[in-house]
Design a protein around this ligand. Structure first.
Ligand SMILES: Nc1ncnc2c1ncn2[C@@H]1O[C@H](COP(=O)(O)OP(=O)(O)OP(=O)(O)O)[C@@H](O)[C@H]1O
Ligand SMILES: [Mg+2]
Length: 278
């Protein structure tokens, strides 16, 4: 069933309203609660063409939040809308990249990248052109016919990124898309993604533990508390060059550093007393 929120005029492409999620606790006997509250009372919206990142301590509910945006989990409270439509199942015009790469083990890397295009009924020759182009971009040329288990963790992550981009979705939800990559590949792919997001006016919400990455790539950063996770701060990254994160880092080192320091404070990084794992 489709529902339209009241403030459609705001042109939000992604919107979480009062969202909470709890899971049954498998260890609910004795000293443990019956439920684990992963996230609570999350209000978050992303405008058309905006790139927003989500940071927070490990286990605070970031993936849970993203999985509700992709329709894989249903909220226990509140609602999630993408393009003004309530999300109640996975939707083909939203590209999502999960934290676990979830490549299909029985399909080659090329077949994995072409999977979404196949479902859309795109002709074989066009699928091949598109997958070749993306595999090259993601530096996987020469591995097209390999299977996921034959690739390193970083290569699998690049294949998953290629697969996410293959259908050219306008809204992207990405869970730590660069976490398994070496520093150099990471910067190249960040640069590439940032250029694509900007030139094609895509809307993206992505999770990262890399604070400098969040500042380099985003228009805004949402900071979550420890579990039960909720948004504790929303920071506008008031810097130019979102389409060119290498230049943003290089030319605006001081400003980027100041934002990173602020995020470190908010996450209590270095605060031995609370010893927050990020
Ligand atoms: N399918 C599930 N069933 C039960 N509990 C779950 C499930 N998914 C997540 N959780 C619990 O919800 C909490 C939040 O998990 P989540 O994966 O969202 O954290 P995260 O912020 O993404 O952490 P990380 O940064 O380590 O990836 C954790 O306590 C986790 O055990
Ligand atoms: Mg996660």
């Amino acid at each position: 069933m489709l529902e339209t929120p009241n403030n459609a005029a705001d042109n939000f492409r992604i919107e979480y309203r009062g969202v909470g999620k709890q899971f049954a606790n498998k260890q609910s006997t004795g000293d443990y609660d019956e439920f684990i509250i992963a996230v609570k009372e999350v209000d978050l919206s992303v405008r058309d063409g905006e790139v927003v990142s989500l940071i927070g301590p490990s286990g605070c509910g970031k993936s849970t939040l993203l999985n509700m945006g992709s329709g894989l989990y249903q909220p226990s409270a509140g609602e999630v809308f993408v393009d003004q439509q309530k999300v109640d199942k996975p939707n083909s015009h939203v590209g999502f990249m999960l934290q676990k790469d979830l490549l299909l083990a029985w399909r080659s890397i090329r077949q994995n990248v072409e999977f979404g295009l196949e479902i859309q009924g795109v002709a074989a020759s066009e699928r091949r052109n598109r997958s070749s182009e993306l595999l090259e971009k993601c530096r996987l040329t020469g591995f097209e016919e390999h299977y996921p288990h034959q690739l390193s963790g970083g290569m699998r992550q690049r294949a998953a990124l290629a697969r996410t981009l293959a259908t050219d979705p306008h809204v992207l939800l990405m869970d730590e898309p660069f976490s398994a990559l070496d520093a150099q590949t990471k910067m190249i792919l960040q640069q590439d993604l940032a250029e694509t997001l900007s030139s094609e006016q895509k809307t993206a919400l992505f999770i990262t533990h890399d604070l400098a990455e969040s500042v380099a790539l985003s228009d805004r950063v949402f900071v979550m508390s420890q579990r039960p996770g909720t948004i504790v701060e929303e920071i506008d990254i008031d810097l130019p060059l979102r389409e060119n994160p290498m230049a943003r880092r290089h030319d605006l080192q001081k400003e980027v550093g100041e934002y990173v320091a602020r995020l470190m404070d908010l996450l209590h990084v270095g605060d031995m007393a609370s010893a927050v794992e990020i």
